[in-house]
Design a protein around this ligand. Structure first.
Ligand code: GLY
Length: 647
């Protein structure tokens, strides 16, 4: 598949036939030419236990590159770049297009973090459009509701942020209007697209517990007649096209406010949708408490990225309310003292020694994350202390190659490294709840011809969110469907109220529910920078708490193992997303290493599952050439411009 192939909704059937002939199991790569170098050069990817790394040669561009988890949405972004839009315009176009073609992962019913680097004046910011707890939310609102329950009901819905966030992005950093950049998404929703294999398989229509079937309307859309849609069949979403038109015509206010004279009624559909409960449950399910006032007051927030370094490479990533930057950088900094790239010392890619120290640093960082990270607008996250050199040394010193921390690591107290005079109190052993991998969340990256870069992770949390479309019953009894799924982001809060035992008297857990608070995220849109401050790489991933580890794996693959960008993404990943001794690895992780991790003396529990979906763009610092690489774990697509040319 040539990534330069033009894909329009009119040609969707033809495109899909070609796509299926070529196979979607392989990533859709640019086809030949220059290889973006790995950041080190001496180590090559060893043969993997199952298969070998896909051959890849990246094609170089100069007029912009998009790397997206879906080919139609990539096309939407490329089109906007061709129309004179910059990376921010393209990113907004992609985000709305993904709502149509990857609705299980993200959309206007959710929120995200858009990291933007503007080449002039050389500034990096993040627009935080994270969902927010409504004023009526309470710390105990999830008590007694297991994940299967709370994640499929209105109580889990946070005030959606994407529309305010994208409006702010365009206003402050874009070149085009909301109405212009929404056109590709409107066309996709109206004219339709050919169902991709992932669009179909994600629905799990044959399963009684399919999230896509949680409400009658969603069930009929994703599994018409109770069955899977055919791959390649035309999918339209006319109600969503109409919703997008309302936003295009009247701006974000038309999403957040009921304005009858302009026909703006989307907010009504959000309020009624989030009242959804599961009436057949005992005790009866729980709707949400969101009011129109919660929607009206929602604001996207401008954040400054947290900056750190790994072996000299400057990395910026997402601050609170995400745990992304703090945990990614803690893990990397703890690992800096180990020569991960040096096979002569038993390290190197995928060896038991490398896997062991990576797993231990993840466990230690996640123990801190569970206690110290949350929405810093509400709780005093010790961001400096968590990354202070002395604190990192204290934590890294817990790691002994060839051993496993037993009992599980606990949080320590970073506050003395941030603020003098505080004494550590009792430590707490904390394990996060099991993480649902599923289909929620998506990441894409964009660079434009001016050198502006976007790294954007967007989400409705679990696959299909609560599995309910926004919509409401009209006066005549008919149902007005707005065509987008509502998030279940509030499940990222602690389920049960906790306390932080480092405080005496104890204070509420940093990630407990509070009205107006944003739930702790793991989303880590990231960028790596050259010494002169110009961007080198934009990357990120979906995957719940495993997002953090996907970013860590790709960073190490580039810096320590000298892989090309595509190899770094394709290579099997290792993830530990709590203080527990349970490791997840991609199924093609070296089998001998998996055996060694399970055996004496380490005795880890190791499970196999796909981890993350990384989409990245890279700018060669010497030549300025632009490259993209996308993940075969989803339907990753790179389109570079101009389409006719490379190098
Ligand atoms: N929705 C994934 C996260 O925020 O971590």
């Amino acid at each position: 598949m040539n990534a330069n192939t033009h894909i329009s909704s009119k040609h969707a059937q033809v495109w899909l036939a070609a796509l299926l002939t070529c196979g979607l199991s392989a990533p859709v790569h640019a086809d030949e030419g220059d290889q973006p170098l790995g950041l080190a050069s001496s180590v090559t990817l060893p043969p993997q236990a199952k298969g070998s790394p896909p051959a890849w040669a990246g094609k170089a561009f100069r007029q912009g590159v998009v790397s997206v988890a879906n080919p139609y949405a990539a096309e939407a972004g490329a089109k906007i770049l061709e129309q004179g839009g910059n990376a921010v315009d393209a990113a907004v176009a992609i985000a709305y297009a993904l709502n149509v073609v990857e609705p299980q992962s993200a959309g206007i019913g959710g929120g995200g973090f858009m990291m933007i680097h503007m080449a002039r004046p050389g500034q990096t910011v993040i627009i935080d459009s994270r969902e927010e707890a409504p004023a009526g939310a309470t710390p105990d609102m999830f008590v007694g509701q297991n994940f299967a329950r709370r994640s499929l009901q209105g109580v889990a819905v946070g005030v959606p942020g994407m529309v305010r966030g994208t409006e702010k992005a365009l206003k402050d950093y874009g070149r085009l209007s909301l109405s212009q950049v929404l056109q590709p998404a409107i066309a996709l929703a109206d004219d339709g697209f050919a169902a991709t294999p992932r669009f179909v398989s994600s629905t799990a229509c044959s399963s009684a517990t399919s999230r896509a079937k949680n409400s009658p309307l969603a069930a009929e859309y994703f599994c018409p007649g109770g069955d899977f849609r055919a791959v390649g069949s035309l999918v339209t979403n006319k109600p969503l096209a109409q919703t997008f038109r309302q936003i295009a015509d009247h701006g974000a206010d038309c999403f957040y406010k009921v304005i009858p004279e302009k026909g703006c009624d989307i907010a009504k559909g959000i309020i009624e949708g989030q009242q959804y409960n599961q009436p057949n449950l005992t005790p009866i399910g729980k709707g949400g408490s969101m009011q129109l006032s919660d929607l009206e007051q929602y604001q996207a927030k401008l954040r400054t990225p947290i900056e750190g370094s790994y072996r000299g490479y400057r990395i910026k990533s997402m601050p609170p309310p995400s745990s992304g930057a703090l945990t990614v950088l803690q893990i990397l900094k703890m690992l800096e003292r180990f020569p991960l790239g040096d096979a002569s010392q038993g390290y190197g890619f995928g060896t038991p020694k490398t896997a062991n120290v990576m797993a231990e640093s993840m466990r230690i960082a996640f123990a801190d994350r569970a206690v110290w990270m949350g929405d810093a607008d509400f709780v005093p996250v010790p961001s400096k202390g968590l990354l202070a050199n002395d604190y990192i040394k204290l934590r890294s010193d817990l790691i002994t190659p060839g051993a496993r921390l037993n009992p599980n690591p606990t949080a320590d107290d970073p506050r003395p490294y941030e603020t003098a005079g505080l004494m550590p109190a009792t430590r707490l052993a904390v394990a996060d709840p099991p993480i649902s991998m599923e289909n929620g969340t998506t990441h894409f990256s964009v660079v434009d011809k001016w050198g502006n870069v976007v790294s954007y992770t967007n989400t409705i949390e679990s696959g299909y969110g609560i599995g309910v479309f926004a919509g409401y019953k009209q006066a005549d009894g008919s149902f007005k469907n707005h065509g987008f799924l509502l998030n279940n982001e509030l499940t990222d809060f602690n389920t049960t109220p906790t306390t932080n035992p480092f405080y005496d008297p104890a204070v509420p857990g940093f990630n407990d529910v509070q009205p107006g608070k944003r739930p702790r995220s793991s989303m880590s849109p990231s960028m790596m920078f050259n010494r002169d401050g110009s961007p080198l790489l934009a990357y990120g991933s979906p995957g719940g708490a495993t997002i953090i580890n996907s970013v860590v794996n790709v960073t190490i693959n580039l810096v320590d193992h000298g892989m090309t960008l595509q190899q770094a993404i394709d290579a099997p990943r290792l993830s530990v997303a709590s203080a527990n001794a349970s490791i997840a690895v991609d199924p093609w992780f070296p089998a001998a290493t998996v055996d060694a991790l399970r055996a004496q003396p380490l005795l880890y529990t190791v499970g196999l599952s796909d981890i993350g979906s990384v989409q990245a763009v890279y700018i060669d610092p010497k030549t300025g050439k632009q490259f993209g690489a996308a993940d075969p774990r989803r339907e990753g697509t790179v389109i570079g411009l101009p389409r006719s040319q490379s190098r």
